[in-house]
Design a protein around this ligand. Structure first.
Ligand SMILES: Cc1ncc(COP(=O)(O)O)c(C=O)c1O
Length: 404
């Protein structure tokens, strides 16, 4: 049994069923009101403290109350210019773009404000490129079974969640979903009509499925052969989550486009589209735009976060601790009938369970651990990338208690 100095108040957690309708109730919230955070720990209004294995759904890679982020924010305030619009040159956005380009396959970056926006923008850019190189019909986009790319119109059409899609039909046209099967993809990838395939190298919301390097290699070969762009949605699995700065670095596969968001600006809203020179060359002024994207304030903070997440020592720790977490979860699965399967890499893990995952989350909250689901029967762990081995071990202990 691993113990951590987690201070637990004796009061039961406050139920907040009385939620006001002032905020549109599209989320069923946990009955917890967060008031403070420190490291991997969150503190609630009722005095309880929790080990956080949600990271704000993959955002808070550097945990809470990080001194470096606080300094970067103070520095970003010094100019007095929070926003300028993209009509002006601005050094912080350029510095961030140059850092992303220097550290990746990409030659250009477009900044936006969220993951769905990054994917929507990527769809436009690959269509622009497709028509340029292949003619008017080359515009189709293919996504994968189990994928999640956002809930705006084009991204919803690429997101494989029937309950999210059904109320909003008709969905955006020219976007379809294929099985995770190279044979089917080969049949669907018509060089005249298909502009791009989008995949999450590690599917997050769809149950934490790590796409095999062999599958990604075969998909890369197929997309090259048919002159189809390959987009990696790294909104959840990118920026260190797998133990590699970019998830594509885990494999030999280099995509044409990568989308990023969640942890990029340390909790401030920001997304990015990274692309090759060939795709960038097809884009003309006016083809896409954003009022807020890449502003000086958010870019200054994001540059700090990106530099920290690029640290080889941090990435090596995520790989080592992540491998250890995987072994611990598999050992837990071997002694608990409630666990059917364990999947993951680095600091993203999915645990298939025999009981509704929501019930296990509720028991874990009582034990002081916050987790997520990824489907009705999958528990998902997204610890902050700064979580120590001791914190991971404590989390596994609490998860075991929650299973009982
Ligand atoms: C892989 C992936 N893509 C896109 C999105 C959408 O991001 P956002 O909620 O910032 O629009 C998410 C959100 O969970 C995601 O996990």
């Amino acid at each position: 049994m691993t113990t951590l100095p987690v201070v637990m108040a004796s009061t039961p957690s406050t139920q907040r069923d009385d939620e006001s309708l002032a905020i549109l109730p599209v989320y069923k919230r946990f009955p917890v009101e967060i008031v403070r955070g420190e490291g991997s720990r969150l503190f609630a209004a009722d005095g309880r403290s929790y080990l956080d294995f949600t990271s704000g759904i993959g955002v808070n890679a550097l945990g809470y109350n990080d001194a470096g982020i606080a300094d970067a924010i103070r520095g970003a305030l010094e100019s007095g210019v929070l926003h300028t619009s993209n009509l002006f040159h601005s050094a912080p956005g350029l510095a961030l773009a140059e850092a992303l380009v220097a550290r990746s396959f990409a030659s250009s970056v477009f900044f936006c404000n969220s993951g769905a926006e990054a994917n929507e923008g990527a769809f436009k850019l690959v269509r622009r490129w497709g028509r340029e190189v292949g003619g008017a019909d080359k515009h189709e986009i293919i996504a994968l079974r189990g994928g999640f790319h956002g809930r705006l119109f084009a991204t919803l059409a690429a997101t494989d969640r029937p309950q999210y899609r059904a109320p909003f039909r008709p969905l955006a046209a020219g976007i379809s979903i294929a099985e995770r099967d190279i044979g089917e993809l080969s049949r669907m990838l018509d060089r005249e009509t298909v502009a791009a395939v989008i995949v999450e190298p590690v599917q997050g919301e769809g149950g934490v499925r790590v796409l095999e390097p062999a599958f990604l290699n075969a998909l890369r070969a197929l997309t090259r052969e048919r002159n189809v762009a390959l987009i990696f949605d790294e909104v959840q699995c990118g920026l260190g989550r797998t133990g590699w700065l970019f998830a594509y670095e885990r494999t030999d596969v280099v995509p044409d486009v990568v989308t990023l968001a969640k942890p990029l600006a340390g909790g401030l809203p920001m997304g990015a589209i990274l692309m090759t020179a060939e795709i960038a060359a097809a884009v003309q002024p006016g083809d896409h735009g954003t009022t807020f994207g890449g502003g000086p304030f958010v870019s200054t903070v994001a540059k700090h976060v990106f530099d920290r997440l690029s640290d080889p020592a941090l990435l090596a720790r995520v790989r080592e601790n992540g491998a250890w977490l995987g072994e611990s979860l598999r050992a837990l699965a071997a002694r608990r009938d409630e666990i059917r399967a364990v999947r993951g890499v680095g600091y993203i893990w999915g645990i298939d369970v025999t009981r509704p995952a929501g019930e296990i989350l509720a028991s874990a909250r009582e034990a002081g651990l916050l987790m997520l689901t990824a489907g009705d029967y999958t528990v998902r762990l997204l610890p902050p990338l700064i979580a120590t081995r001791e914190e991971l071990a404590y989390g596994v202990d609490q998860l075991e208690k929650a299973l009982s």
